[in-house]
Design a protein around this ligand. Structure first.
Ligand SMILES: [Zn+2]
Length: 460
């Protein structure tokens, strides 16, 4: 059952930022019957009959944000997130489409699961869901899924994210088959022999806490291997959540050799270094881990110089028990003065699930880069909309007449404080609690319908 689309919305006097068309100017945008009906200089459209007029003066009007990497935990883990809550959180964060990873239970490795995900999403008035198919059955790393059948069911990206594909022959075969279908493969790059039982980045912080560290080499060595495979296969390959300086150097070098490589960085990898673990403990634990301040600098530089193509949240909701909060919560504090952990707590931190929620903080964190002059507003929109839409092979990433109206209205200057208790996501695991951010989504429009209205939310 699809709703009858009758709404007309006039976004009046906003700053339209559309990097695909190199537009950055004040415009009126009229949305009608699910599509962009007109984009004109201010005042020219008047007030079309029956239109809801939204005063967008002082706001940015941008093509809907697209996140190429989220975990919605559905099917399988309703205590962490569902497709409904995840897509609503996405809309609140300004996202009009999100790519939902395959590490659900059951894994999304059959058309049946893909169709289940799309059916759940269709029943929610929120962001769109773009299914990501597993590369290997059950994420087992051995037997390839039926890629053509998954594309027919609606998959737009392939990834075993969460688990690296260790077998080179399996991966090379997957790269070639997926490329032939016209899609990309997204790789979670980790050499688990080097990660061993590491819980946080190897360095000062892991030493201070007395926990095993994850060396930068666990990521860079696997990226080095897979870039060589990608060049050999001539296939489009996407590297997920790049976190180290050397990884970025390797990507630059591979591109010079003709590799069709894209890559993403997460807000936490450009906004936090591993010292955040001393404050937030399990809520700052993820894979790859938060890295050194030098690596963070390198990630920001790579965002600025274009090496990093897009920002992805890696939204990874977890319930408190999965994070071992019952054993660890009291050990970490805002003072960041946590010392060597007792043996049993080292074990708890090691067992604590990886990842943080990110959909409702990503835009505010990306805007930090804009406000401090590291990137332009247009570059931010390119990274959070255009490039991700291109990776996923979906419409969007730009706003043109007669295109589907997926639009985000951003107030770049409103100041607010992150309060996980107010997240629409079901989970609260965020190391950004209490952080003052400047800017957020005010209105999210999907196919011409308002799916999130910030004016009706209260966030102080
Ligand atoms: Zn991953």
């Amino acid at each position: 059952m699809s709703p009858i689309l009758l709404s007309r919305i006039l976004l009046r006097g906003g700053r339209l930022i559309d990097p695909a068309r190199e537009v950055d100017e004040t415009c009126d945008v009229l949305v009608a019957d699910g599509e962009v009906e007109a984009i004109e200089p201010p005042g020219l459209l008047g007030i079309p009959e029956g239109a809801t007029v939204i005063d967008a003066a002082g706001y940015w009007v941008v093509p809907g944000l697209v996140d190429p990497h989220v975990h919605l935990r559905d099917p399988g883990f309703p205590e962490k997130e569902t497709i409904a809550t995840g897509l609503r959180a996405a809309a609140a964060g300004g996202f009009t489409a999100v790519a939902a990873m395959a590490n659900t239970s059951p894994v999304n490795d059959t058309p049946e699961i893909t169709r289940y995900m799309l059916a759940q999403a269709a029943a929610v008035h929120a962001a769109r869901l773009v299914p990501v198919s597993a590369v290997t059955r059950g994420l087992g790393g051995r037997e390839l899924v039926d890629f053509a059948a998954m594309v027919a069911a609606g998959a737009h990206l392939f990834s075993d994210d969460g688990i690296p594909i260790d077998d080179q022959a399996v991966l090379a075969d997957a790269m070639e088959q997926i490329a032939r279908l016209g899609f990309a493969i997204s790789l979670h790059e980790e050499d688990r022999a080097l990660t061993a039982n590491g819980a946080v980045n190897a360095g000062e912080v892991s030493k201070r806490l007395g926990v095993a560290g994850v060396p930068a080499a666990a990521e860079t060595e696997r990226i080095r291997r897979d870039l060589a495979l990608a060049i050999g296969a001539g296939a489009p390959v996407h590297i997920a959540h790049v976190s180290t300086a050397l990884s970025l150097d390797l990507i630059r070098a591979a591109r010079k050799r003709g590799a069709q490589i894209t890559c993403e960085a997460t807000p936490h990898h450009f906004a936090l270094d591993d010292r955040a673990v001393l404050r937030w403990g399990p809520d700052a634990k993820m894979a790859p881990p938060l890295r050194s301040a030098r690596d963070v600098e390198a990630v920001v530089a790579a965002i600025a110089d274009g090496t990093i193509d897009m920002i992805a949240t890696d939204h990874a909701p977890h319930d408190p028990h999965s994070k071992r909060m019952e054993r660890l919560a009291g050990l970490f504090s805002p003072a960041g003065d946590c010392r060597r952990l007792p043996e049993s707590e080292v074990e708890a931190l090691t067992q604590s699930a990886n990842g943080i929620v990110g959909l409702e903080t990503a835009l505010g964190l990306a805007l930090e880069l804009v406000h401090r002059g590291a990137i332009s507003p247009a570059r931010m929109v390119e990274m959070m909309s255009l490039k991700s839409a291109q990776l996923l092979r979906i419409d969007g990433g730009t706003l043109e007449r007669d295109m589907r109206a997926d639009v985000t209205l951003i107030d770049p200057n409103v100041e607010w404080t992150v309060d996980p208790a107010k997240f629409i996501s079901k989970s609260r695991n965020s190391p950004f609690a209490g952080r003052r951010l400047k800017g957020r989504a005010m209105l999210t429009i999907v196919a011409g319908e308002i799916v999130y209205d910030g004016a009706t939310e209260t966030r102080a």
